[in-house]
Design a protein around this ligand. Structure first.
Ligand code: GLY
Ligand code: MN
Ligand code: MN
Length: 463
């Protein structure tokens, strides 16, 4: 069996801290939802990446010499009756391969000792409420002992800068988990599509929450712990609201349904959008725009490969969408000009106002700089065509094998003067998750069909 990857990740991080460095990485806090009811606990992704430890109330400390110390909830038989078994500091070093472990109650006493004789303290900046203040207090404690010979760190640095780079390239075990999450999510989309058409055929009511329930059923039946983000199930015009949530609107025969929903599995997200006709058959105008978005996605996929820039898939999809908007009459060339003008003046923004993708991994909008680190000094300036704002450009990230990103173009047509009525209130997005390879990319979410004919066949029971 492959050993867990956590000790190796800690060693890689430790080697970057410098021999006088120390890193402090807490897990997430527990969060109240209302009164005394809590949200389901979700660990902090950086902390989990380095420990695989899912309990709340814990902090990891790593030093440049490769020692790892965990602070965690102490064993407490009374509390464990209510909240569940705790690993506890006695068992943690062996179970997690750590150098030492203490109770969280000892954090304030131990941290000044661990900080003594270090020069640089690393922690996640602007991530954990109150952490900066606590670090300051631990440093103050060390400084109070300088006359006794204590050496206090004189530099603070953001450990996310190191961890973001590590997390950006997914190792084999991460890719494996992401593929499994993607497969479950794809199955959930199929289930929602088929249920929608079947209920309408049977003359039964369909509301957005019915489809949300199908998604959740499939996620949980396959062991997913939680949706990776708030599910969007948008019937008809609701699809034009980008951050719409599954609500109670009726899903009507003849409308499109946009579902942007996917599960988290063992700490890894997936992210899928499909747009389908509620009754299983696209109308002419729906199909025209659907095929356009799909062509834009295909262009973006073709531009996703090692050596390309992160912005290349977006630029490729914008080219196709903008030309398509002119071709189908969403944009009037007598008013906005030809393709070059549409792109330069961002006229397509009326119908396509988001980017074509984002990193994906432990977090659905995963960490990692979108700029190429070796080219940060190469700046240029431009004026935004719509806002007039001056924007500093830096070269976009160069894609490398193992990076994972979504590819998700769309078109959202709000009724407006000059916009052909047949397209009013159509909102379409198609989203897949890709892992970059040497020669292209692997689409890990294609367990759910994407071509219009295939969606129709699936929904009308022909497959
Ligand atoms: N579901 C979130 C996104 O597509 O970015
Ligand atoms: Mn996405
Ligand atoms: Mn999405």
């Amino acid at each position: 069996m492959t050993p867990p990857p956590y000790a190796q990740r800690r060693a890689i991080l430790a080697a970057q801290l410098g021999k006088d460095g120390i890193a402090i990485i807490p897990t997430a806090p527990e969060q109240l939802r209302n009164r005394d009811a809590e949200f389901l606990f979700r660990h902090d992704s950086y902390f989990y990446y380095l420990t695989g430890f899912k309990e709340p109330n814990a902090t990891l400390v790593i030093t440049g010499d490769g020692q790892s110390t965990l602070f965690c909830a102490p064993k407490d038989l009374e509390r464990e009756i209510w909240d569940g078994i705790r690993l506890g500091p006695e068992a943690a070093p062996m179970a997690l391969g750590l150098s030492a472990a203490f109770s969280m109650a000892e954090l304030d006493a131990q941290l000044p000792k661990l900080l003594d004789n270090r020069r640089v303290v690393w922690y996640p900046f602007a991530t954990h409420k109150g952490l900066e203040t606590r670090v300051a207090s631990w440093l103050g404690n060390v400084r109070a002992r300088v006359r006794q010979g204590a050496l206090c760190p004189d530099q603070q640095r953001d450990v996310c800068a190191l961890l973001d780079e590590m997390r950006l390239v997914k190792d084999a075990s991460e890719q494996h988990t992401m593929r499994r999450a993607a497969q479950i999510s794809a199955g959930a989309h199929i289930r929602a599509m088929q249920t929608c058409a079947r209920r309408l055929r049977e003359g039964r009511e369909v509301r957005e929450y019915h489809l949300d329930a199908e998604l959740l059923h499939e996620f949980r039946m396959h062991g997913s712990q939680h949706p990776a983000y708030g599910s969007i199930v948008a019937a008809g015009a609701n699809a034009c609201v980008l951050h719409y949530r599954a609500d109670e609107a009726p899903v009507r025969d003849g409308e499109l349904v946009l579902i942007d929903a996917a599960c988290e599995l063992d700490g890894y997200a997936s992210d899928i959008t499909r747009t389908f006709p509620a009754n299983g058959k696209f109308s002419g105008p729906q199909r025209a725009l659907y095929d356009l978005v799909l062509a834009a996605q295909e262009a973006a996929i073709a531009a996703t490969r090692a050596g390309a820039r992160f912005t290349d898939p977006h630029d490729a999809s914008v080219q196709v969408l903008a030309q398509g908007m002119l071709d189908v009459g969403l944009l009037d060339k007598n008013k906005v000009g030809l393709l070059g003008d549409v792109i330069e003046k961002r006229a397509y923004f009326q119908f396509y106002m988001h980017r074509t993708g984002h990193w994906i991994g432990m977090d659905v909008h995963d960490c990692g700089s979108y700029l190429e680190p070796s080219e940060l000094g190469q700046t240029s300036e431009r004026k935004d065509a719509l806002t007039g704002e001056r924007i500093i450009n830096r070269p976009a990230r160069i894609l490398r094998p193992g990076m994972a990103l979504t590819i998700e173009p769309g078109i959202y047509v709000r009724p407006a003067e000059g916009v052909p009525e047949q397209f009013h209130n159509i909102g379409i997005r198609i989203e897949d998750d890709a892992i970059v390879t040497e020669t292209g990319c692997e689409l890990i979410t294609r367990g759910v069909p994407v071509k219009a004919d295939e969606i129709e066949a699936l929904m009308t029971g022909q497959v």
